[in-house]
Design a protein around this ligand. Sequence first.
Ligand code: EPU
Length: 427
Amino acid sequence: MEIIRVEGGHAIGGTVHVSGAKNSALKLMAATILAPGKTTLQNVPNISDVHVMGKVLKGIGATIEVVDEHTLDIDTTNVDSWEAPYELVAKMRASTAVMGPLLGRFGRAKIAMPGGCNLGARKIDMHILGLEALGVEFDTAHGYINAQAPNGLTGTTVTLEFASVGATENLIMAAVRATGTTIIDNAAREPEIVDLANMLNEMGAKIVGAGTPVVQIEGVEELHPVTHRVIGDRIEAGTFIVAGALMGNEDGVTVTGFSPIHLGMVLKKLELMGIECERVEDGVRVHRAERIKPVDIQTLPFPGFPTDMQAQVMVLSALADGSSVITENIFENRFMFASELVRMGADIRIESHHAMIHGVDGFSGAQVTSPDLRGGAALVVAGLVADAVTEVSAIHHIKRGYERFVEKLQGLGAHVEHATVPDPVED
Ligand code: EPU
């Protein structure tokens, strides 16, 4: 069994460069379906979720050439299938992002129903309702969603009940090839959606308003392949910033490769906690906080506080000089990480979607299990400040979204390593 072992208590310093954004790259890869020909994506993170999306695309007939570690040539000329199979959707829900582009290009898609995941039920009803409004007919059988637009896609106004990232993206990717104009009202505003709209516009789409709650898409006849660079990963950046706030040396930790404006609410909350976050070119330099102040946080769609930073910031709150409340509004099951942090000595009580956190003086290193991607990364970060050794298992979660996490932390001087230990449940 592979684990990450962290010896706590060692200061870190220097510069770490973040990779391209996972949640952008996955959708940009899916969007290449819309432009027959060879699209080149640069700054693609080398993480397991990207490998899964590569398999989804190859499965429908695309070819992918790895030009270098972070550059992919994706040729979708010969796509001749419309199916995202269960094996891949079960591994990664974001595989459902091919639904919009397949409908846009071929008017049909067959997608395994995603089911729940360790963040909760995670329905896709809003994707379906929105696409139905554009003229898509759905039926489900044998665990698959069959989607067809017998009369093509027709632009209309879709009001989303909640500003869902995935629904906004699937709707944009279908609407770019619809007849007429589509308006998405209460659209999600995440930077990854702006990145997607930018690439689609470079391909010839006519999208205005991405990054605002009202996105207008005028359908076009065809899209052409382009070369596009994925934006930097704001969540990976935020994770290293939290590490720097906990253990940064006197020169601080500089995190580059992303736009600080994409992390606005996180930086604001960190500053309220007494953590100095200096904007530098292409990133942020963070200094270790002498004393962390408690602050209340609630997760919200962008530009609110991202759910993907909730666990990492809870590590800081758990060491604050007082009590904080963190409210999780996006996912029903995102506090599993807190029980692991309690094993390290944190004082956290969960009531429904609120976490009541009473700051303690320190963590004690322990064996803990990654409950999910962000929670796993947060446990490694907690290990940096804990006494003795922390061993984090189930690290496949971390590999889904953090490229060379251990090596990047080592580059900052952290005492962290991959290790193999016997699996306790195997003979
Ligand atoms: N929801 C519905 N019905 C829908 C769609 C969403 O009820 O049709 C609910 C979900 O169950 C959830 C909430 O709405 O409770 C938000 O879901 P959203 O669609 O906004 O999220 P997502 O597209 O499934 C993306 C990211 C997540 C990130 C969220 C929120 C990708 C691949 N995933 O998920 O990233 O937390 O947006 O910002 O882009 C991660 O990277 O660790 C991660 C989980």
